[in-house]
Write a protein of this length. Structure first.
Length: 47
């Protein structure tokens, strides 16, 4: 099998997201609700 991974590791990356991006993701995750019913998942965005 061919090597599909590079030697570049994720710990070499320095991520510096903007505060607006962090706030958006946190607010989205707070509003997202996943309901399970008989092995089905329903996603609702509560705004």
């Amino acid at each position: 099998m061919a090597k599909i991974y590079s030697d570049y590791t994720s710990k070499d990356i320095q991520l510096n997201p903007k505060q607006e991006t962090v706030d958006f993701l946190l607010n989205y995750s707070k509003a997202l609700r996943v309901n399970c019913y008989k092995k089905m998942k329903f996603e609702a965005l509560l705004n």
